[in-house]
Ligand binder design. Sequence first.
Ligand code: BTN
Length: 326
Amino acid sequence: MKAEILKMLRESDDYVSGQQICEKFGVSRTAVWKAINQLKEDGYEVEAVRNRGYHMIDSPDVITLEELTSQIDTVWAGKLVYYYDETDSTNIRAKRLGEEGAPHGTLAVADQQNAGRGRRGRGWESPKGCSIYMSILLRPEIPPVKAPMLTLVMALSAAEGLKESTGLDAGIKWPNDIVLNGKKLVGILTEMSTEIDYINHVVIGVGINVNMTDLPEEIKGKATSLRLEMGQVVKRSPIIAAVMRNFEKNYSLFLETQNLEKMQEKYNSLLVNREKEVRILGGKEEYNAYALGVNKEGELLVRREDGTTEAVYAGEVSVRGIYGYV
Ligand code: BTN
């Protein structure tokens, strides 16, 4: 009921009368009053005016279950949320939920991770109360070889969600980092459980640096947070809701063709590597090339110095800008 009341207050520009709430939930005035008081204890600023009702003036930066379920307005992506004050890693949680039969779209969110994971066996700094750590569980009916494209679908959705909720023009560093002013803002880690020709489930974990002000020494020069870039505290729940909304939209575009054809243009328009010299690392050889954009399989098309064009596969190489992180 708390989540529903929050939603009613958030969606109404005017006062919501106690009577309206009582009727909606079939509860007493005292029960409503108690729920409102709990919201106030949680940090919501709710004004109560005699004969008019309740009005929400401000909400705190919390990502509790009530806050998230009152914000997320999708049909399936993040519709079922598991929230943890502290956990090892939301990717591990979502994977476990997947093994236990949780539905497609289930979202695991934590306020803090004590074993946050990054790509290539690295860790992911996950301090309490200041960033977004979330993982969505998917059960796509597609061949396993196509699953890596979902990471790019999420990268696009995170960039679009950030634009919608904060107004910032973040770019994508192929294949799946989100960068702002040349520094990393979002990391994405996709893990899957498959049989030879069948996907049991896919987990896409997203870490967004939101209100961190003290970045660890090792990443200081190449990472940033929304707060550092915007100079103010940023609320996390509207960002989570906006990323879920965009992911739901882009995922259905992906399923129509089982590739990125329908979002290739948008992805390329946000690609920071596009039309830049890049250095291709991690494959059989290291070389410089000129990045042209992604194809519909999500591979990066590059023109080599000898004029030949080739497609670089996300799974086998990473790209560094030759002048620094981007
Ligand atoms: C990267 O190395 O860029 C990927 C980082 C992914 C971090 C997120 S935070 C939520 C989810 N849980 C994890 O343990 N990792 C991902």
